[in-house]
Design a protein around this ligand. Structure first.
Ligand SMILES: Cc1cc2nc3c(=O)[nH]c(=O)nc-3n(C[C@H](O)[C@H](O)[C@H](O)COP(=O)(O)OP(=O)(O)OC[C@H]3O[C@@H](n4cnc5c(N)ncnc54)[C@H](O)[C@@H]3O)c2cc1C
Ligand code: SF4
Length: 323
């Protein structure tokens, strides 16, 4: 690990002033510190965000949607009874994410910005394409956990459980930097690495996520999160899906399907969602949606099983919305 300085500002303005010249934001540290120990990132300064007031907790001003501070620990979202009623997909997604210790330390912002779990990427001695090398070692190597769809030069997969759940609620993020503020749809934070874009996120240097916003209208959807894992705990998704819809007189409206673990970005196919508009979510409609979600899938040597698994998870998640 390289030598670095440490600062714990008390205001957002001070944090933004410190976040320059190779400094990195520190939230729970559950991903960042591991990356530093493994020599995969070498910040000059760690800017600890945990001393800043107002970035933690969530609120639901009447009729104006939900706001979740970026420094809110994952466990708070998982255990809050009132939030579980309003956004049930969140609790389902977080229940099987990491361990309770990691969910206690890990924060919302850090979860959205965690790096991928490709083992070649995580190995300091392997100079793969995403780290500036010339080739992706996973394409011809051990690729059981890698992408089946949507990948170009890099076949890593989007690892977060929280992200598909939030996107199923049309979440947006608020960003701030010394240059000003902006907001974007959460799904637009994610970048499939390709060409000159050897990165996973579209965050700009010196920028912080301050909060996640969910519009009131999205809270009318019911939904579920289904995750397939190798083992019951400490396991990233082999394949996951957040499915949400309004069910009106037995048919689906306003459907959202967002998958994790199969592509370098959270995987959403608008045609699959539109195809379910007005559908009773019967077996035929669910099979058709699964086909549309996976159109163009090209599995690697070891991960053909993900196509079958993904198809079954789409079916199961959608059927549960009308069960
Ligand atoms: C063994 C293990 C198993 C895991 N299993 C799962 C799992 O099953 N599902 C899952 O979803 N996750 C899993 N994780 C990932 C875990 O959820 C993340 O490590 C955690 O959510 C990161 O949050 P953090 O606050 O600790 O982030 P940090 O490690 O502090 O930061 C992560 C990154 O985000 C940046 N950052 C943090 N906050 C902000 C902000 N507000 N604005 C701008 N940048 C910011 C940091 O600079 C850093 O680049 C696992 C992790 C481990 C170690
Ligand atoms: S999948 Fe991406 S991170 Fe993994 S070896 Fe290939 S280029 Fe590197």
């Amino acid at each position: 690990m390289n030598a670095f300085s440490y600062a714990r500002p008390r205001t957002l303005a001070d944090a933004l002033r410190l976040l320059r010249n190779g400094a990195a934001a520190l939230a729970g540290g559950t991903d960042l510190v591991g990356l530093m120990k493994d020599g995969l990132t070498r910040p000059t300064t760690l800017v600890d965000l945990t001393g800043i007031d107002g970035l933690r907790g969530w609120s639901h001003p009447k009729g104006r949607g939900i706001r979740i501070g970026a420094l809110t620990p994952l466990v708070e979202l998982e255990t809050d009874q009132s939030l579980a009623k309003t956004m049930p997909i969140l609790r389902e997604a977080l229940r099987d994410a990491a361990t309770v210790q990691l969910r206690t330390m890990g924060t919302v912002g850090g979860n959205l910005l965690q790096r991928n779990r490709c083992w070649y990427f995580r190995d300091e001695g392997t100079p793969c394409w995403l780290k500036g090398g010339t080739r992706c070692f996973a394409v011809d190597g051990e690729n059981r956990y890698h992408a089946i769809i949507g990948a170009q030069e890099c076949v890593m997969v989007s690892p977060s459980d929280l992200v598909p759940a939030l996107i199923a609620y049309d979440a947006e993020i608020a960003l701030t930097s010394s240059r000003g503020q902006r907001s974007m749809k959460l799904i637009d934070l994610f970048v499939a690495p390709r060409g000159r874009e050897r990165r996973e996120h579209s965050l700009r240097p010196g920028e912080l996520i301050t909060e996640v916003r969910v519009p009131e209208a999205a809270l009318a959807r019911r939904g579920t999160y289904v995750k397939a894992m190798d083992r019951k705990a400490w396991s990233f998704a082999l394949v996951s899906i957040a499915a949400a819809a309004k069910i009106e007189r037995g048919v689906a409206r306003d459907v959202r399907l967002v998958m994790g673990g199969i592509a370098p970005v959270p995987w959403r196919v608008i045609a699959a969602e539109k195809g379910l508009e007005g559908s009773p979510l019967d077996e035929a409609a669910c099979a058709d949606a699964a086909d549309r979600m996976l159109t163009g899938a090209t599995p690697l040597r070891d991960n053909g099983y993900k196509v079958t698994l993904a198809r079954e998870l789409v079916r199961r998640a959608l059927r549960s919305l009308v069960a």
